[in-house]
Design a protein around this ligand. Structure first.
Ligand SMILES: [Zn+2]
Length: 379
């Protein structure tokens, strides 16, 4: 039996609300609270989204604002849903309001294995302000947005709490007030680009999510690229290169260079699976790569013990079905395009492609930001 439910603070995560509820209710043990709140009491409370709740709990949580507002204003949904195609967006939100489906799968939230452990984060200055205003700190959504490390409001770095976002630790609800130290060290961010990017990302996060808007992010980006120097009737490749270069220059001053760092191996031969052993045992290797499966031009990279590394540009003769050499490179190879940038270019320049991969916040944003596009993609 749930006696009361606190009201949401602005930008507060559902997890935070439930933690405050648990802390104040005087349960003897967490499991008693879990039995009142969750459809499956042994579930690990989700920090970004919402676990299936018991009816009574869900009614109390949504009673003030309604279901949609809870999902859109108190979970991380806006960071992901706007990048889904319209049908998937509608379906996801419908399922979530019925507490069905798996949010991480529906919203395509990924966590790469090499990424560092994710903790619930906080801004020390926001916490201090919340304590003055509300008498307690709480977990903000905006501090959890991937890709930014700075509080846009206060221009200081966000801090990790001790709460790991996804871990095999026992289920628990912990309030921000319990974990955030009273006097956290505030470190101001002096990097202008980092501050600007954080502001831009937050503005997008908070902009209205148009659930029924059929325009995809790719179409939007494409439309905004039209008439710029990046899109012309011919020389598509050159435009992509230019876009990449401007992109890299734009973010040159960003620490850690999150968006322009090279993510792909410099050595094409690393793309051969199990390369170390394979290439070590061979005297040489020839690697033919094509930008697209259907492309008629290709690059032949040659490496070997007795010869200089080489790259040949080949074109397939569609009549004879033979590869013909167009040119050879002996100068330094050009750097590999960043896959992130390639993806931006792919979507921006080929929005007519039917099978688009979902476009993600973490690379749409920098592209749009760099191009001076407003922060509302679905408009
Ligand atoms: Zn702040």
């Amino acid at each position: 039996m749930i006696g009361f439910m606190p009201e949401f603070y602005p930008d507060e995560l559902v997890y935070s609300l439930l933690a405050r509820y648990y802390q104040r209710s005087g349960y003897l043990a967490y499991i008693h609270a879990a039995r009142d709140l969750y459809a499956v009491p042994s579930i690990r409370p989700d920090m970004y989204f919402i676990n299936p709740m018991r009816d009574e709990a869900w009614e109390l949580i949504t009673r003030e604002t309604g279901t949609d507002a809870v999902i859109l204003e108190h979970t991380m949904v806006p960071a992901y849903a706007r990048f889904l195609p319209v049908e998937a967006r509608q379906e996801t939100l419908q399922q979530m309001s019925r507490m069905e489906g798996r949010p991480y799968m529906m919203l395509k939230v990924t966590h790469r294995r090499q990424d560092r452990t994710r903790y619930l984060r906080y801004c020390p200055e926001c916490a201090e302000r919340d304590r003055e205003l509300y008498g307690e700190a709480y977990w903000h959504r905006s501090a959890q947005i991937q890709g930014i490390d700075v509080c846009p409001e206060h221009g200081c770095y966000l801090c990790d709490s001790e709460l790991v976002v996804s871990a095999n630790t026992p289920p628990m609800l912990v309030t921000a007030e319990e974990l955030i130290p009273q006097a956290s060290g505030v470190v101001k961010c002096e990097n202008e680009m980092q501050n600007r990017l954080a502001e831009y990302v937050l503005e997008l996060f908070n902009s209205e999510l148009e659930v029924d808007n059929p325009v995809t992010v790719g179409e939007f980006l494409h439309s905004r690229l039209h008439g710029t120097k990046y899109v012309s009737l011919r020389g598509e490749q050159r435009n992509i290169t230019l876009l990449q270069r401007d992109f890299a220059n734009f973010y040159e001053t960003l620490p850690g260079n999150t968006f322009t760092r090279k993510q792909q191996s410099e050595d094409r031969f690393d793309t051969i699976s199990g390369t170390n052993g394979l290439l070590g045992a061979a005297d040489g290797a020839f690697l033919l790569t094509k930008a697209k499966r259907t492309a008629n031009d290709a690059m032949l990279d040659i490496a070997g013990r007795d010869q200089q590394d080489q790259r040949l540009h080949l074109v397939r003769n569609t009549k004879t079905l033979l590869w013909e050499m167009e040119s050879a490179e002996t100068e330094l190879w050009e750097e590999e395009p960043d896959p992130l940038l390639e993806e931006v270019a792919r979507v921006a320049l080929h929005s007519e492609q039917k099978k688009q991969k979902p476009i993600r916040l973490n690379w749409f944003l920098p592209a749009a930001h760099c191009l001076g596009i407003g922060p509302a993609p679905a408009q």
